[in-house]
Every structure is written in C-alpha cells, then in structure tokens.
Design a protein around this ligand. Structure first.
Ligand code: ZN
Length: 243
C-alpha cells in the first residue's frame, strides 16, 4: 500500500503536478495543509487536489487565514499581500472546500496528522529536538506527520533511553519506521531547506516504511506567473534557492 504524504503546496501548481507525476499510482493522498498562500495558482491547486481519490486533507495557517478566520496581521506584509490577492481570486467553491478542512489533528491508523504540531496544530513549528520532545506527549499513535516548517525530516524518540534524535533525510532512501516518531514530508511548493526541488513522501502503512522524495519542476514558469500577477518578488526569488 502506498500513501502519498504532502504538505505546504502554497498555490504552486507546477510543483504539485510534478509531485503527482513522480509519485505514480497511490492508494491514498494525505495532505497536511497550506494548500494556499504565497503562490500564483490557488484555484488550480485546490481543484487538482479535490479530484484525487481517497484524499484526506487538514487545514494549515494560510488556509484558515484566507477564509478570514484569523486576522491577517499575524502574517508578514508579503505573505499578507498574497493572501489578500488569493482571497479575492478564489472561487466560492474552492473557498467552501477550504472551509471543510479540519483544524484539529486527525488520526488515521497508526498516525496522527497535524499541520504544525499535535499540541498546536495550526501554528507551532517543530524545528528542533526540544520542541519535538515536548510534542511527544500530545499524540497517542506511534507516529505523527506534520508540515508547516517546510523542512523534510524525522524526529525519532526512543522511550527506553528518553532520547530524541533528528534523523537526516536522504531523498529516495526508504526508512523503516520504528515507534515513536514525528515525520515531515517537506514542502511541495516552497521548500526551505536549500534544496529547491519539490518535497514529499511515500508512506507504506503495511511495511511501515517512509520514503522522503524530491523532484525538480519548472521553477521559472512559476516565477513568471508570480511576477505577471504582481505578487511579491521575494516569493518568486526564494524558489530558486529553496529558502
Ligand atoms: Zn506553509
């Protein structure tokens, strides 16, 4: 069984399409939120996602913000600019889709799904072992999948030794999953780990394996869309370097 795990698409349709092509046939798709924000194609991304069979999708902070359910002042000026443009660009149907996304963690088999972290699913970033350790008490399943930081990684906790380690990810390498762990597939549409390729992961619940993957996509085409629409230049520039 193959489950495609993706997160932080951020309205980058070129990257999403590259990921879907590269992933090939999958049984389910789990999306950890932030379908919108930053990028030029929020409608196309939502429509593509909605068409995928066996989709589970939760809300991220940008998805909640575009609905007007939190003040945009919590975002920096450029992120706010993109959100305000997207709010008026999104169709009513696509806004309705975003409204259906759960804003609290979901449990699927052995896995808890959260956008940021299990204890603060919309906002907290798990960027270091201390934050990961503190979050271990906030989910009951063997594993937790999160996005939000835009950084591919595995935080593994050994309860016997009370030790938590950050395991570096080598894309294409298949990791046997041993409880307990917090795993991040990285970001499809705006990677921030200096690798500009779109990031995602394949989870096999029967074999209990996790395969982080990267795929190159047409960054120049997305940058042209961002510039043509008059969206912030920074959101175009950062895609080249992956920050
Ligand atoms: Zn994000």
């Amino acid at each position: 069984m193959r489950i495609l795990v993706l997160s932080d698409i951020h309205a980058n349709y070129e990257a999403l399409q590259a990921v879907l092509n590269d992933a090939g046939a999958v049984d389910e798709v789990w999306c950890l939120g932030d379908v919108v924000g930053y990028g030029p194609d929020p409608n196309l991304c939502i429509e593509t996602l909605r068409e995928l069979p066996n989709l589970t999708c939760i809300a991220g902070n940008h998805d909640v913000a575009v609905l007007g359910e939190m003040p945009l002042s919590v975002f920096n000026g450029e992120a706010r600019h993109a959100l305000m443009w997207q709010r008026q660009a999104l169709t009513l149907e696509n806004l309705a889709f975003l409204r259906t996304l759960p804003q609290t963690p979901l449990v699927r088999g052995a896995v808890t799904l959260a956008h940021g972290s299990p204890r603060d699913p919309i906002w907290e970033y798990i960027l270091n072992t201390l934050t990961a350790r503190l979050n271990m008490e906030h989910f009951d399943t063997p594993f937790c999948f999160v996005g939000h930081s835009h950084i591919q990684g595995i935080f593994h906790f050994n309860p016997e030794h009370d030790r938590l380690n950050l395991i570096p990810c080598r894309p294409g390498q298949v990791f046997p999953m041993t409880p307990r762990a917090i795993l991040n597939p990285g970001s499809v549409g705006q990677p921030r780990d200096r690798d500009p390729r779109a990031a995602y992961a394949i989870y096999d619940p029967e074999a209990r394996t996790w395969e982080p993957r990267r795929i190159a996509y047409n960054i120049a085409a997305v940058q042209k869309r961002i510039r043509d629409l008059g969206l912030p230049e920074r959101h175009a520039a950062r895609l080249t370097e992956g920050w």
